[in-house]
Design a protein. Structure first.
Length: 219
């Protein structure tokens, strides 16, 4: 059976689909440790897009609540990279609708603002063709049209130039279950050592987390 011929795993508890700290060293991620509690377990702040219709879609997509969800987070030794992972299960049809909303957000919202207290923070979506992480190749790798699985990956820059956070998220839907894998770091020199470390960590988590969620055999 090839990886793309996998069957959904309805009998597995959601927590069994998350990466565990014990799996990190063998995956070349020994520099990461598990956080005591997930780093992104809060409701998102209000967001505003270019039109009221897109604003509604944006807030509905990022504020979507699953029927069941489990989360974990990991941080590297110098605290420069945080990786959040969530696995959720929605009522029949809701996961597909949520992915449709997320696709529309990334297709139609090149940027938006988040309201945090008195601050307005601008979020910009990096065009897939300009992203060295090659999100379209990642989507093709984990998406399996006709087999129940689909994938969506984008990078966002949040904040003012020079102080921007870089947030890359991979979403994978398998039936009524979904994986959210998010990488958070500062947007520094694209040719610097921090960027190289982020690319290496991202690549290794992409080898580990989606495959476990989808039930693929280890690479």
């Amino acid at each position: 059976m090839s990886p793309r011929d996998h069957a959904p795993q309805p009998d597995l508890d959601l927590a069994q689909l998350l990466v565990t700290a014990a799996e990190l060293p063998a995956a070349g991620l020994g520099d990461f440790t598990e956080l005591a509690s997930p780093s992104s377990d809060e409701d998102p702040p209000p967001m505003t897009a270019s039109t009221p219709e897109l604003t509604a879609v944006l807030n509905r997509a990022f504020g979507d609540k699953a029927a069941r969800e489990v989360r974990t987070s990991f941080m590297n030794a110098d605290s420069s990279i945080v990786v959040d992972e969530g696995v959720s299960e929605r009522v029949p049809g809701a996961a597909a609708a949520w992915m449709t909303d997320m696709r529309r957000v990334y297709a139609e919202c090149a940027s938006w603002t988040m309201s945090i207290g008195d601050d307005e923070i601008t979020v910009q979506v990096v065009a897939p063709a300009e992203d060295p992480g090659e999100p379209l190749k990642v989507e093709q790798r984990f998406g399996n049209e006709g087999g129940g699985a689909e994938a969506l990956m984008r990078t966002m820059l949040a904040g003012s130039p020079g102080q921007q956070a870089r947030i890359t998220t991979l979403l994978v839907r398998d039936g009524d279950r979904a994986l959210e894998l998010t990488f958070r770091s500062l947007a520094g020199d694209p040719d610097g050592p921090e960027a190289a470390g982020l690319a290496d960590g991202t690549s290794k988590f992409l080898d580990l987390a989606p495959a476990k969620f989808l039930g693929w055999p280890p690479r």
